[in-house]
Design a protein around this ligand. Structure first.
Ligand code: ADP
Ligand code: MG
Length: 239
């Protein structure tokens, strides 16, 4: 039994053929779990179903022992970070970070305290009054992370959060995200199409191709004992 349980999960869009098939998976509390696979393999679809942003076509999804198939996103106690940051351009950093807390009508004093803590943690204290256009790509990405962290949700979902950054920044952010995840004790489900990212960040990795799980395991296991040719060539061939 895991913290997140997927039982025979499938997905089809508009009654067309399945883009995900028979996904069985358990993710433990506090785990850094990576979903990796080529473009179009179904990673974002799977993540969005866990978030509640996409309807589940078949199977059962449990979070913390509760079936959540039809629970709206706001009641799932999770945060999400997207590839394109999705910051509001007309709002300041501070307003962006607090957007979710405001929407949930969290007490202003509590908001202020959480903002200060989060800004400090993410190195954003001096940037709170700026607009997104006045920030570098790395700083914007940090604001997006801060918005997830400030929610204090125990589960964080990330969909290719670093793919808009240059290689050096990406390497730094990998370390930063891992540090954050550990420090806050988050359960993380992290989507990437980048094998290096998967191998360096994941406690465990799930390799997906064409909507079907190819293998789930620790990085070293996937590397030394790939269960099929696809995993061998996908994991074995750096970009
Ligand atoms: P990945 O994130 O691994 O690139 P996606 O989950 O985005 O993969 O897509 C998996 C498959 O589902 C692709 O064939 C894609 O075209 C299809 N798909 C994704 N979103 C939709 C949608 N909203 N409507 C119809 N088909 C979709
Ligand atoms: Mg995707």
């Amino acid at each position: 039994m895991g913290y997140i349980e997927l039982m025979d999960i499938s997905k089809s869009y508009n009654k067309q053929s399945n883009v995900l098939n028979g996904i069985d998976l358990n993710i433990e509390k506090g785990e850094f779990f990576v979903l990796v696979g080529p473009s179009g393999s179904g990673k974002s679809t799977l993540l969005r179903m866990i978030a509640g942003l996409e309807e589940i076509s078949g199977g059962t999804l449990k979070i913390n022992e509760k079936i959540v198939n039809h629970l709206p996103p706001k009641d799932r106690n999770l945060s999400m970070v997207f590839q394109n940051y999705a910051l509001y351009p007309h709002l300041t950093v501070e307003q962006n970070i607090l957007f979710g807390l405001n929407a949930r009508k969290i007490d202003k004093q509590v908001q202020k305290k959480r903002l200060e803590e989060t800004a400090k943690l993410m190195g954003l204290s001096d940037l709170l009054k700026r607009k997104p256009r006045e920030l570098s790509g790395g700083q914007r990405q940090r604001v997006a992370l801060a918005r997830a962290v400030v929610s204090e949700a125990p589960l964080c979902l990330m969909d290719e959060p670093l793919s808009n950054l240059d290689a050096k920044l990406r390497a730094n952010m990998r370390i930063e995200i891992r540090r954050l995840q550990k420090q806050l004790g988050l359960t993380m489900i992290y989507v990437t199409h980048d094998q290096v990212e998967a191998m360096t960040m994941g406690d465990r990795i799930m390799v997906l191709n064409d909507g079907v799980i190819q293998q789930v395991g620790e990085p070293i296991t996937l590397y030394n004992k790939p269960s099929n040719l696809f995993v061998a060539s996908f994991i074995g061939s750096p970009k």
